[in-house]
Design a protein around this ligand. Structure first.
Ligand code: TPP
Ligand code: MG
Length: 654
């Protein structure tokens, strides 16, 4: 039973949310708040009750309708008003807005404009908590509409399999946008929870004390290690889906019924029953109103961000590192696959925050045998996941936000297609959208490689897709030593890094560097000096370019080969310097030519002063079709050393 003081505090917290959002509605109407606004007026009891038992270091993930959650978890209204007005002093430095309010320093890992995206992020934070044994619980807020999303399924299943301390808190307000819940789901949430082997509790989401009591139990149980639980709070929103919604979908009778159950009315009855005097309640109301009016005034006085800071918070500064010394000629030899395994081993051993997760990376040691033995050595820090790529990348995002350095594996680069949101909208954007507050030291290891009839869905080189996303770092090493040094740098990097290996190189041998070999990210390298033609390449194609250069040396054509090593950010300094001497440029990659990274390189080289090149810039890549299966077709599709040599000859002759 809540004490009188607790009931009064619940009352105060709900009034803060109600008053905050009423003011936001007015500010939006008057044009002081731009963008989209989704208000939760009518749902205050769910937000306050759900956060009631949380410790300051517990975490929440929220939704597009998240003002109430953030206030209930402890954010100050002034920073939120300033954010909504797009001010530099806003909670997200004016980079987030209503749908993205966050403050990771007090456990708010973000409201989210993507339905259901917060669930795997909460799972990641809970994984961090489980690995650290710090007793933190994650609460994932979501709406009834989110239950239809695949990400919901992946997140809840993973949390159940790993017995994670997460409470999945559904605010069932009866609608997803304009669609009644009955048209969206054929089974109840209770039945679904049972299907995942997860506990379920229903609660009147408009009764704050009831929600707080249910959540106290759920949070305690999760903290004690009993795994995830689903709480479904039935509630109702008074405003439209968004401000300006014509609201054609609800009946007058429905609105009347819910009016009697407004959370402030329900709680007033409880306070009446407890004998809490009216003047105490009124004093709270007056104080809240005054504080909110002051907060609006304070936010109005804040200036907008300086436009000169537009580029801030996209990428965190990387550790300054020198290029490691050249490898001695008598260095021992190792394979690319040894490089990956030993880089993971060294980072796991050296940093408690590092963990590895993915499909069959633990007991099975990865389908290519890359992680064999690491699970035996590091236990739960090397863990198998279900086949749930959104949850795999999402758990990496959430764990990174919780301060870990996750290394998650996407078995094949092509599988990007089933989890792109977590890279595109979450990992890449959260540091920016939180004004630099979100940690995102995430590494996504993956591999590709055509040439072995793996077919259209297991072969493609998709780095340009990733490099086109501001905020992502994309690394594609070509040698065992670079693989070792760059993977270590990726894991240590404060930014989200997609580390793309070429599986045809796994068995390739090369000199093994010393254990402390770390290669700086974002630096290309001249791997063969030459005078007549510059060839820029990446990953396995570097070796094809080198073979072509060898063949052409006999014909008197001297070829300089540059290995990009990192695709984003591109380091074109050595390329420009080289082209300045050779005046001829060929770019060779395994990806299809149109819209590939070759286009970006060609445009930059052309812009930066080489209009008097001796020949037009040439690009070589795969034909613009999906990767074919038949070996004959695949050979015709994929460029090789012969194609590169032919292109160089043509360039050299012009
Ligand atoms: C992945 C994705 N699909 C669609 C949308 C558009 N959209 C935003 S909110 C919403 C309805 C969500 O309903 P629910 O989960 O019940 O939350 P509520 O709005 O009721 O709080 C939709 C379809 C989106 N933002 N993200
Ligand atoms: Mg809803």
């Amino acid at each position: 039973m809540a004490t009188d003081a607790e009931l009064l505090e619940m009352h105060r917290r709900m009034l803060v949310i109600r008053g905050f959002e009423e003011r936001v509605a007015a500010l939006y109407r008057d044009g002081e708040v731009p963008g989209f606004v989704h208000l939760s007026i009518g749902q205050e009891a769910a937000a306050v009750g759900a956060c009631w038992p949380l410790r300051p270091d517990d975490v929440i993930t929220s939704t597009h309708r998240g003002h109430g959650h953030c206030l209930a978890k402890g954010m100050s209204p002034v920073g939120m008003f300033a954010e909504l007005m797009g001010r530099d002093a806003g909670s997200n430095r004016g980079r987030g807005g209503s749908m993205h309010i966050a403050d990771p320093t007090i456990g708010i890992l973000g409201s989210n404009g993507i339905v259901a995206a917060g669930l795997p992020i909460a799972v990641g934070a809970a994984t961090a908590s489980q690995l650290r044994g710090d007793g933190r619980v994650a609460v994932a807020f979501f709406g009834d509409g989110a239950v239809a999303h695949g990400t919901f399924h992946e997140a809840i299943n993973l949390a159940a399999v790993w017995t994670l301390p997460v409470v999945f808190f559904c605010e069932n307000n009866g609608y997803a946008e304009f669609s009644p819940a009955a048209t969206q789901h054929a089974a109840s949430l209770e039945a679904r929870a049972a299907g995942y082997g997860v506990g379920y509790v229903a609660v009147d989401g408009n009764d704050v004390a009831a929600v707080a009591a249910v959540m106290a139990h759920a949070v305690d149980a999760a903290r004690a290690g009993s795994g995830p639980v689903v709480v479904e709070a039935t509630t109702y929103r008074w405003h439209g889906h968004y401000e300006g919604d014509p609201e054609r979908y609800r009946s007058a009778g429905e609105v009347r019924d819910w009016a009697a159950r407004d959370p402030l009315i329900v709680h007033a009855a409880r306070m009446d029953a407890a004998g809490i005097p009216a003047d105490a309640r009124e004093a709270v109301r007056t104080a809240v109103a005054r504080a909110l009016d002051d907060a609006v005034d304070a936010a109005r006085r804040c200036p907008p961000p300086d436009v000169a800071t537009l580029g801030d918070f996209v990428t965190r500064p990387r550790p300054e590192r020198p290029e490691p010394p050249a490898l001695p000629p008598d260095a021992p030899v190792f394979r690319t696959m040894d490089a990956i395994r030993s880089a993971l081993e060294v980072e796991l051993a050296g940093d408690e925050r590092v963990f590895v997760a993915g499909i069959d990376v633990a007991a099975g040691g990865n389908v290519f045998g890359l992680t064999r033995g690491l699970h035996e050595q590091f236990g739960g820090r090397v863990r198998d996941t279900p086949i749930s790529e959104s949850a795999i990348v999402g758990l990496g995002v959430g764990a990174a936000m919780a301060g870990m350095r996750p290394v998650v594996e996407l078995m094949y680069l092509d599988f990007l297609g089933v989890c792109l949101d977590q890279l595109l909208n979450q990992a890449a954007k959260l540091p920016f959208m939180t004004g630099g507050a979100a940690e995102m030291a995430l590494t996504v290891r993956t591999q590709f490689g055509a040439g072995r009839s793996s077919g259209s869905q297991h072969s493609q080189s998709l780095e340009a897709l990733l490099a086109h996303i501001p905020g992502l770092t994309v690394v594609m090493p070509s040698t065992p030593a670079d693989t070792y040094g760059l993977l270590r740098a990726a894991i240590q990097d404060p930014n989200p890094v997609v580390f793309i290996e070429n599986r045809l190189l796994y068995g390739m041998k090369g000199p093994q560097p010393a254990a402390d070999h770390v290669v700086p990210i974002g630096r290309s390298a001249v791997v063969r000096p030459g005078a007549d033609v510059t060839v820029v390449s990446v990953s396995r194609m570097v070796h094809e370019a080198l073979a072509a250069a060898d063949a052409l040396a006999g014909e008197g054509i001297s070829v300089e080969v540059v290995d990009l090593r990192t695709v984003a950010p591109l380091d074109l300094g050595p390329v420009l310097e080289s082209v300045h001497r050779t005046n001829r440029l060929l770019i060779a990659h395994e990806a299809v030519v149109p819209f590939g990274i070759g286009a970006e390189i060609a445009a930059t080289v052309a812009r930066d002063g080489f209009w008097d090149l001796d020949a037009p810039i040439q690009r070589i890549g795969a034909a613009p079709t999906p990767p074919p299966y038949a070996p004959e077709l695949e050979r015709a599709w994929l460029p090789d050393r012969t194609d590169i040599a032919d292109a160089i000859r043509r360039l050299a002759r012009i």
